[in-house]
Design a protein around this ligand. Structure first.
Ligand code: FNR
Length: 191
């Protein structure tokens, strides 16, 4: 990893200790080229967004401020999401909502973003992936379009320690993180 590596925050839409999304996120971190440093950011402790907390007088929780500061300095964000009832989980929506406020101070706008969806099921959390992309367009993130990653039957793709056990999956994830590295370069951002 180079000293000038881009700082990429990874948000995971599952709070499960044995989450396969977490395993996929860790695998991405391990496969990332030296130009990227992936850092998993926890979101499960963030209270449900309540607009009053950012009102007058402000009673902004320290957890919101810490999260906003951390994400504000990130050069990009990768989301790893499971599918809950054909959408992405509430914990991810909550974190994204928190990052959009106070009004006019969104931490997301203009940042490169990537989406990976991971499911036990056969559809690879396609619904969650697509709905999340719709939300990210609204918060004005620059979402990497290709390669799309829908990991289906994903409980069979990682061992207990989170290592990828299938070569084609490893190649897919490496291709994604390489494309994301190119996506964070100034030429791609200016395009
Ligand atoms: C699920 N799961 C699920 N899977 C899917 O492919 N499509 C779906 O719509 C749903 N819906 C759903 C709802 C709820 C409330 C739960 C808890 C689960 C199953 C899901 O893919 C599975 O639990 C994954 O293991 C979740 O990802 P993590 O936690 O392993 O990262």
């Amino acid at each position: 990893m180079s000293q000038n590596a881009k700082d990429i925050a990874v948000l995971i839409g599952s709070l499960r200790k044995d989450s396969i999304n977490r395993k996929a996120a860790l695998a991405l971190a391990g496969l990332a080229p030296p130009s990227l440093r992936l850092d998993l950011i926890e979101i499960g402790h963030l209270p449900f967004y309540n607009q009053e907390l950012d009102g007058e007088p402000a009673q902004t929780p320290a957890s919101y401020s810490d999260f906003r500061r951390r994400l504000a300095r990130a050069d990009g964000v990768i989301f790893a999401t499971p599918e809950y009832n054909r959408s992405y989980p509430a914990v991810l929506k909550n974190a994204i909502d928190i990052g959009t406020r106070p009004y006019g101070k969104s931490i997301w706008s203009g940042k490169p973003a990537g989406v990976v969806s991971v499911s036990l099921g056969a559809l690879g959390a396609f619904g969650a992936n697509q709905q999340l992309r719709q939300l990210l367009a609204n918060v004005n993130m620059r979402v990497l379009q290709q390669p799309e990653i829908y990991l289906a039957g994903a409980d069979k793709l990682f061992d207990a320690d989170g290592n990828v056990t299938v070569d084609s999956t490893r190649d897919l994830l490496r291709g994604f993180v390489d494309a994301f590295a190119a996506w964070t370069q100034p030429a791609a951002i200016a395009a």
